[in-house]
Design a protein around this ligand. Structure first.
Ligand code: G6P
Length: 647
């Protein structure tokens, strides 16, 4: 939750302060909970349990399921910690041990909801975990998002005699439904919706009726339509092995899911809506580890293919396919503004260098989270490109809304098909990189750089330029495979590298965003302090850090000029007895400057526009093997989440 947004009214400010003070509650800045609901003939406990495992990548600290038991009563089982027993040390809490006995599920139910919670209001604890059951015991809800006016609603409900058993914002939903229930479950939910402010999606089950209701406003919700069953969840992963038929709910829509695969979709006002059934664009294999120790390693290794997927069908049809992706691009573009967060922002930064240098159009890249509070000046012929792997990142979505409202030309470069940013942008390119499950983004970054190059080719009316990029793109999958020749070396040096307490990642020009992204990876998964810096700026401060605990990681590729300048910076570090690791396409020359305790990783030579793709891969591997050596939770690093769906 971001301060400036919350402070919009005094009441919200009060909520925020209360959140922070209340018994040391943890008020964190992200909320990526996952929700899932099942109605069908199978044991929904098992379906929901397996579905929750697939939602783990979103990040969570507690988990729970709610279901109707044989007598039609609502039961909730919750746990802090992990979903599966095998993911925790013996004796540590997990959901599995509460719902399984001798390897078999203890419960059987055909109407089940489940939730992975990432704490926002109230510390991670069993009582704050979802589902939340109304005081009467009649309704249970799971919720993703934030109910911004929960404190006012909570006060009103407390005045009416409702007792709260958690510190969450979500619990108000269960009590409100109960309060409004007057014999009509759907009506009670609809009345509740009129009371809620904020971004949310939730699922609710009741003792009184045999259906699940799901509602969406701001947070994602999609519906898998099986033959005799319906699975509603935050994304398609929980049901992709059961059905490929999906409908995506829009904001202000609710679904009522019945037995036998039947459902109704309505607006919050109660008007029936006809939804198009779409196909899930990937297979179950795409979301398994395929023999790799971690999803992240698998995803790093997928890059020869994912990079190819991003360009292969497009490069021979630039003037049709790619131009169609960006219809009616203004003739006189004022600026190209790339918007994103985290890794996607750094891809946008690469875009900025490409757009200015080769398309000669002013360009910038912006932290979406800063941009949205700056009241940015936007012109009609500004082209604003939102970059996002998940397509759900709240800040990026908000930034996109702002530039759209201000009349700019908007487009998205997004991996997740049908995601909110993709739909809001309405045009742009999908990456076709398949689901990225490791929390630290890898393959999305390299595919984003391909997409950025394709977009820029539209701005550059020079066939030779385009052809040279296309030719090099086609060579790229093999060059990436060559990078993997370093993998054994990187694995071998990881224990030595892991001894450093600090890292400076240094690059110049188009390698500067690579330095930022390399450092981000090391922070995210190895939990070691790492800073990305422009190597030219290094002597204006960071050089004071050079000591035995600091490793300087240099990215030295590119044109002669940049190469030489970055090399000079390396020599400045070396002359102060600093230790370095160098990523370079010029190993022979580099060896002359390095000592026996420095490290060198050879990458193939490529053109500057694509060099970040080649250079980031050894840095991804370096973080991976350092983190693995340190025994980190690589796919689900502490405190991080895959998609950050609140500002
Ligand atoms: C989170 C993830 C990062 C990611 C960022 C932007 O912080 O942990 O890995 O780069 O969100 O995500 P997006 O899905 O918009 O690319």
């Amino acid at each position: 939750m971001d301060g400036a947004r919350v402070y919009k009214n005094k009441n919200a400010l009060f909520i925020y302060i209360r959140c922070c003070l209340d018994a040391c509650l943890i008020c964190l800045v992200v909320n990526m909970c996952g929700i899932i609901g099942y109605i069908g003939n199978d044991n929904g406990i098992e379906v929901v349990f397996n579905g929750l495992i697939r939602l783990e990548y979103r990040g969570y600290d507690s988990v729970g399921i709610g279901f109707k038991d044989k007598k039609g009563k609502i039961k909730a089982v919750k746990s802090v910690g992990r979903i599966q027993r095998s993911d925790v040390a013996p004796g540590m809490p997990n959901l599995e041990e509460k719902i399984k006995e001798n390897g078999r599920f203890k419960f059987d139910s055909q109407i089940v909801i489940g939730h992975t919670r990432w704490a926002t209001h109230g510390a991670p604890s069993e009582r704050n975990a979802h589902p939340h059951v109304s005081m009467s015991g009649r309704f249970a809800i799971v919720h993703n998002g934030i109910i911004e006016n929960y404190y006012t609603l909570k006060k009103e409900l407390v005045d009416k005699g409702y007792k709260f058993s958690s510190e969450t914002d979500s619990e108000v939903i269960a009590h409100l439904i109960d309060y409004f229930y007057n014999g009509d479950f759907v009506e009670a939910v609809r009345k509740t919706l009129t009371k809620l402010d904020g971004a949310y999606s939730f699922l609710v089950i009741s003792e009184v009726d045999d259906f699940i209701i799901g509602a969406k406003k701001g947070s994602p919700l999609c519906v898998g339509i099986g033959n005799d069953e319906i699975i509603i969840s935050s994304d398609e992963m929980p049901f992709v092995d059961r059905t490929k038929k999906v409908i995506y709910l829009n904001d202000n829509e609710l679904i009522i899911a019945y037995f036998n695969g039947n459902y109704d979709v309505k607006s919050f006002e109660g008007i029936d809506i006809e939804k198009e059934i779409k196909g899930v664009p990937y297979d179950i294999e795409a979301i398994t580890k395929a023999g790799y120790k971690h999803f992240m390693l698998k995803e790093i290794h997928e890059q020869p293919t994912t990079v190819k997927n991003a360009f292969i069908s497009r490069v021979d049809h630039l003037d049709t396919m790619v131009r169609d992706n960006f219809p009616n691009l203004p003739r006189n573009i004022n600026r190209v503004i790339y918007l994103g967060c985290g890794t996607s922002l750094y891809a946008g930064m690469v875009g900025m260098y490409i757009t200015e240098r080769y398309a000669h159009v002013p360009s910038r890249s912006e932290y979406a989270s800063e941009f949205i509070y700056r009241d940015p000046v936007i012109f009609r012929n500004d082209v604003c490109i939102a970059l996002s792997q998940s397509g759900e990142t709240a800040d990026t979505k908000e930034a996109l809304k702002i530039v759209k409202d201000k009349g700019a030309y908007v487009a998205g470069i997004v991996n997740t098909v049908g995601s909110q940013i993709a739909r809001l942008a309405g045009k742009g390119m999908y990456l076709h990189a398949g689901p990225e499950i490791g929390v630290a983004s890898t393959k999305a970054f390299t595919s984003q750089i391909i997409a950025i190059n394709l977009f820029n080719m539209l701005l550059i009316d020079d066939d030779d330029y385009r052809q040279s990029i296309i030719n090099e793109m086609k060579r790229l999958p093999n060059k990436i495979k060559d990078v993997f020749n370093n993998e054994d070396y990187i694995r071998d040096i990881a224990p030595m590298i892991a001894r450093y307490k600090n890292f400076l990642y240094l690059g110049r020009d188009i390698n500067y965003p690579v330095a930022l992204e390399g450092a981000l990876k090391m922070k995210e998964i190895a939990y070691i302090h790492a800073e990305g810096y422009s190597s030219g700026e290094m002597k204006h401060g960071p050089i004071a850090l050079v000591d035995d605990n600091l490793l300087s990681v240099f990215i030295i590729t590119g044109g002669r000029d940049i190469y030489q300048k970055t090399l000079n910076n390396l020599l400045e570090i070396k002359s102060r007895n600093g230790k370095v690791l160098v990523i370079t396409d010029n190993v022979d020359e580099m060896r002359k400057y390095l000592g026996n305790d420095d490290y060198i990783i050879k990458v193939p030579n490529t053109i500057p526009q694509l060099t970040p793709i080649i250079n980031i891969i050894p840095l991804q591997l370096l973080s991976y093997y350092v983190a693995d050596h340190l025994g980190r939770e690589i796919d689900k690093p502490r405190n991080l989440a895959k998609s950050v769906t609140v500002e």
